[in-house]
Design a protein around this ligand. Structure first.
Ligand code: PSU
Ligand code: MN
Length: 303
């Protein structure tokens, strides 16, 4: 275990006792939602994981330490500071540790730290992917490369059409990352249940998800598994409304010349602004839904 890793005692005990643990990311707190809904959501997600039989481990970098498991006060800190906290991807990890700084963990760094700590299941909202127009910008999220090399199961609600969903699936196929639909054959599109693209396999229920992931690990396969869990119907959005907001957000992003790591947070905030907060409510609900599936799957994995 490296000296930068700092596992919260409750999480450490659970891992050592072979009890279920679910990792959660902190970029969604600092860069993905506004305060105070970000803190309320993060705390509620932890509660849902507990109610479903697992221990939550929200992952972040604090003062140069890789933290697996935060206290409620630390979650509050990440929510309040918001975008002031560095969005930390793979390239940032060593520099933040060396300088003793804070970092909000994306899907990439959450997978890395979860794996270092021995946590196998991770729940979030959406992952990064191949952006629309990537054939020109080369904007492809490091999340896809991490899925290709780190053996953690990531349970999300699919990807948003701020990304090119078709190209994201092609990229994952090239990298050998299996994409599972949870109770569906369609790749979910975050705010809506269907993207129009097919997943590789449909799985119904946490038992099969756990059995499948165990097999993946036993075979010594490199890389993770991506599970797309559709947003519950009652919280899903009208595709026309959300897609026109996304189109407008992408136009504004390119007009303002926003690039690099700022792109995704800009698009998320703009979509929220254009949909008058409805998208935030959907976003919160789908994270709750993913947390539950993750906790049940982590529990099955421990059997
Ligand atoms: N997509 C969302 N919500 C998010 C993110 C993506 O719907 O909060 C965050 C996640 O932390 C993800 C990161 O790992 O953005 C990807 O950023 P980028 O596209 O810069 O790789
Ligand atoms: Mn990018």
């Amino acid at each position: 275990m490296n000296r930068f890793l700092d596992i919260k005692p409750e999480v450490k005990e659970a891992i050592e006792a072979g009890k279920p643990v679910v990792a959660l990311e902190s970029t969604i707190i600092s860069h993905g939602m506004p305060y105070p809904q970000n803190v309320e959501t993060a705390l509620k997600v932890e509660q849902i994981i507990r109610e479903n039989g697992a221990v939550p481990a929200t992952i972040a970098i604090i003062g140069g330490k890789l933290k697996a498991g935060l206290t409620p006060e630390e979650i509050e800190y990440f929510g309040k500071k918001g975008p002031e906290i560095t969005k930390a991807s793979r390239r940032d990890l060593a520099m933040l540790c060396a300088k003793g700084e804070d970092g909000a963990c994306t899907v990439t760094t959450t997978m890395m730290i979860a794996h270092m700590a021995g946590i196998k299941v991770f729940a979030t909202g959406g992952i990064g992917g191949v952006h629309r127009g990537a054939e020109k910008t080369m904007d492809i999220s490091a999340d896809l490369e991490e899925l290709a090399q780190t053996p953690v199961m990531v349970i999300c609600a699919g990807c948003k059409s701020i990304l090119d969903i078709g190209l994201t699936l092609e990229y994952l196929e090239t990298k050998g990352v299996p994409v599972i639909g949870y109770g569906t054959e369609d790749m979910p599109a975050f705010y809506t249940q269907k993207s129009g693209f097919k997943v590789d396999y449909r799985v119904d229920g946490p038992e099969i998800l756990a059995k499948y992931f165990k097999t993946h690990l036993e075979l010594g396969l490199r890389g993770g598994i991506l599970v797309g869990n559709p947003i519950p119907d009652e919280y899903s959005m009208d595709p026309d409304i959300i897609n026109s907001a996304i189109d407008a957000a992408i136009d504004e992003c390119s007009r303002l010349g926003i690039r690099g790591k700022k792109t995704t947070p800009f698009l998320l905030a703009k979509v929220k602004e254009l949909t008058g907060g409805d998208s935030l409510d959907s976003n919160i609900r789908l994270v709750f839904n993913n947390a539950k599936v993750a906790a049940l799957t982590a529990a099955e994995l421990c059997k």
